[in-house]
Design a binder for this molecule. Structure first.
Ligand SMILES: *Cc1c(COP(=O)(O)O)cnc(C)c1O
Length: 366
């Protein structure tokens, strides 16, 4: 056995992650779909006070069931569904990435299959691997929509215990219509269908959330995060809504006290300032739509987007374009199918820098 005695299938692999370049070298960072607007000073003051209060009892373990936080998250989610969401339907962890891993630990495992449709979120196959779950990937259509019948056929053929559907999809921005979610929930039988709504708050008017379908499908799981619309990526708080039996199953695999008292206090304070943190979402959606229009006017192919990023191309050498932008101080993401690039929506100033840099790169690729 070689040293260190890492699992055979992990040998030689490097940790995955978007390049983190220093701000002084690349001042305009539009590569990981963060919210460009930080919390207000009122919110910061509330977080600081709440964390100070929590610090008085840091000698004690936190509330393992984070009841206050589940209650606040349920109230927040209830805005998106007439049926409402109750605290026992809510689960949370350190980012929705941890929620996803817990789902695979509880419902995947040896001999079981997790399935998604490419292009899809690049972290899913890693979590499947870490949970020793077979990873099966179908494909989206040329315009990145999902062919409902083909998707249903693949699910019926491979019988996954977990289907992972980002909606709006990362990296394409494509939202799934509710009919598709319902059809796939039925096709999955007792398998779970996880609709990852990390970008749910950015969806265009008229695009519904899958939360409204929860009463109809007991195998449906809707995940959300405070990292994107809520402008709280640094705090690490992701969550889901599902049948209480699903939450109970996840409690079996979670680490004890996985949500620190500091995290709980921070998330609760941020939720109290929800309307203010979310007030920038409309600005970002407008900036997103303007970015789509501008990129199309440059003669580029652009995917319709319900998220806070836009996928565009098609470049014969996308790496050269990405590098040209970095040289001009703009960091975007080299991801998606060959030839495509993804830009996160920043402030109007940042998007101005992006447009200027991209114009220069396309005029003079060298
Ligand atoms: C950003 C993102 C998340 C959120 O990750 P966190 O761990 O909550 O920060 C989840 N799913 C997708 C598809 C994402 O792009």
């Amino acid at each position: 056995m070689a040293f260190p005695p890492i699992r055979e299938e992990l040998r030689g692999l490097t940790p995955y992650g978007a390049p983190q370049l220093p701000l002084d070298r690349v001042p305009v960072q539009l590569n990981v779909n963060e919210n460009p607007y930080g919390p207000s000073s009122a919110c910061v003051a509330d977080i600081a006070e709440s964390v100070a209060a929590a610090a008085l009892t840091l000698n004690r373990y936190p509330d393992r069931e984070f009841v206050a936080l589940r209650t606040a998250l349920a109230a927040y989610l209830s805005r998106d569904t007439e049926a409402g969401v109750t605290p026992d339907q809510v689960w949370a962890a350190n980012g929705s990435n941890e929620v996803m891993l817990q789902i695979l630990q509880a419902f995947g495992g040896p001999g079981r299959v997790a399935l998604s449709f490419a292009p899809t979120y690049s972290m899913y196959p890693e979590y499947a691997r870490d949970a020793m779950t077979e990873w099966v990937v179908g494909h989206r259509a040329e315009d990145f929509s999902l062919d409902h019948e083909l998707a249903r056929d693949l699910i019926e053929e491979r019988r996954p215990s977990v289907v992972l559907l980002p909606s709006p999809n990362n990296p394409t921005g494509t939202a799934l219509p509710p009919e598709a979610v319902s059809l796939l929930c039925e096709a999955a039988g007792n398998g779970l269908v996880v609709v990852d709504e990390a970008y749910g708050e950015f969806r265009r008017a008229g695009t519904p959330s899958a939360l409204a379908l929860l009463p109809r499908h007991r195998n449906l799981v809707v995940t959300r995060t405070m990292s994107k619309a809520f402008a709280l990526a640094g705090a690490r708080l992701g969550y889901l809504a599902a049948d209480p039996a699903i939450c109970d199953a996840i409690r079996v695999v979670r680490l004890p006290y996985h949500l620190s008292a500091v995290t709980q206090a921070t998330a609760l304070a941020a939720l109290r300032h929800g309307p203010e943190l979310l007030s920038r979402v409309d600005d970002l959606r407008a900036e997103r739509d303007a970015t789509v229009t501008w990129l199309r006017a440059q003669g580029l192919d652009v995917a319709d987007s319900d998220a806070n990023f836009v996928l565009f191309g098609i470049f014969p050498d996308r790496h050269a374009v990405w590098e040209g932008l970095v040289e001009r101080g703009v960091l975007i993401r080299e991801t998606g199918p060959d030839g495509w690039l993804r830009v996160s929506i920043g402030t109007p100033q940042e998007m101005g820098s992006f447009r200027q840099a991209l114009t220069q790169v396309m005029e003079d690729p060298s």
